[in-house]
Design a protein around this ligand. Sequence first.
Ligand SMILES: Nc1ncnc2c1ncn2[C@@H]1O[C@H](COP(=O)(O)OP(=O)(O)OP(=O)(O)O)[C@@H](O)[C@H]1O
Ligand SMILES: [Mg+2]
Length: 292
Amino acid sequence: MKLTISGLTRSYKHKLAVDDVTAELTPGVYGLIGPNGAGKTTLMRMLADVLLPSKGQICMNGEDIRTLDDRYRDQIGYLPQDCGFYSHFTAERFLRYMASLKGIKKVEAEAQIGELLQLVNLSGERKQRIGRFSGGMKRRLGIAQALLGDPKLLILDEPTAGLDPKERVRFRNLLSDISGERIVILSTHIITDIEYIAKEVLVLRQGKLVKQAKPDLILKELEGKVWHVTVSSEKVDELERHYTVGNLLRRGTEIEARLISDQQPTADAALQSPRLEDIYLYYFGETGGDDR
Ligand SMILES: Nc1ncnc2c1ncn2[C@@H]1O[C@H](COP(=O)(O)OP(=O)(O)OP(=O)(O)O)[C@@H](O)[C@H]1O
Ligand SMILES: [Mg+2]
C-alpha cells in the first residue's frame, strides 16, 4: 500500500490553506503537526476525499483516487476534527448506522462493533445515548467508527483532543497495535502522542510541508541547539527578543528557560538533549505560532 500525494493545493477564496504538498506514505504511523490554521484539517479532508483539491493529485498504489472512487473510499477510515454525532443515537446504534453506510454486512458489523467498543473502552456504555457522553467518550466513539471495515488508510484529525492522560496512553498503544499494514495519519498538537509511535513526522507550516522525517532524525537536527539558561528576571525580555524561548520557570529573582539557538546564548548556558517537543519551538517559535 502506497499513497502518493503530489502538488496538493487547496485555497479558500484568497486563502491558500494547503500549498503544493508532495509526499509519499507507506504503512506506518505518520504524525501531522502544525499550529492552528496550518492546513492540517484541509489536507486530511482531501486525503479522506471529502474535499476536492484546487490542484494536485492523490494516488493509491499508482492509481488516481478520482479514478478509484468508491474503491478508494472503501479503504479509508476517517475521524473528522469536529464530528457531529447523532446525539439521540446510542453508541451501538451509531456504529451500526456508520457500518451500513460503509456497506458492511449486518452479521459482520455486529462482530466488529463488539470488538471496537471493547477496543475503545466503551463496552459498558454501548446502550447509552451519545448526547450524554463526555467529550473524551465521543472522541473514542469516533475512533471506533473510523476503524469500522478494517480500513487500510486511517485518517485521524486530532484523535486525542479531550482525552485524559490514561486514555491517551491507551490510544497510543491501540494505534501501535493496529498500525501494521495500514497507513495511519494523525494530526495532533501534543507531541508525546506521536513521539514513540510515529514512523515519520510531517511538519506543516502555513500550508507548506516544511519537514517530513523520522523522529530520531529530527532530534539529531536539534542536537547542539537546545539550551538551558538562567537569567535575572529583567533580562528575560532581551532573551526573548533574540531567541526562541520556551517555557519559563521562575525561581526567586531568577528565571530559567529552555531556548533554541545555533550559538551558545549566554556564558553559563548549558546544552540540553533535544526532546521531540522542541520541534514546536524550532519550527513555530515560542507560542507555537498561529497560521490563520
Ligand atoms: N471552509 C473554509 N473557508 C475558508 N477558510 C477556511 C475554511 N477552512 C479552513 N480555512 C482556512 O484555511 C486555513 C487552514 O485551516 P485548517 O483548518 O486546515 O488548519 P488546521 O491546521 O487544521 O488548524 P487547527 O489546528 O486549528 O485545527 C486557515 O487559515 C483557515 O482559516
Ligand atoms: Mg484542524
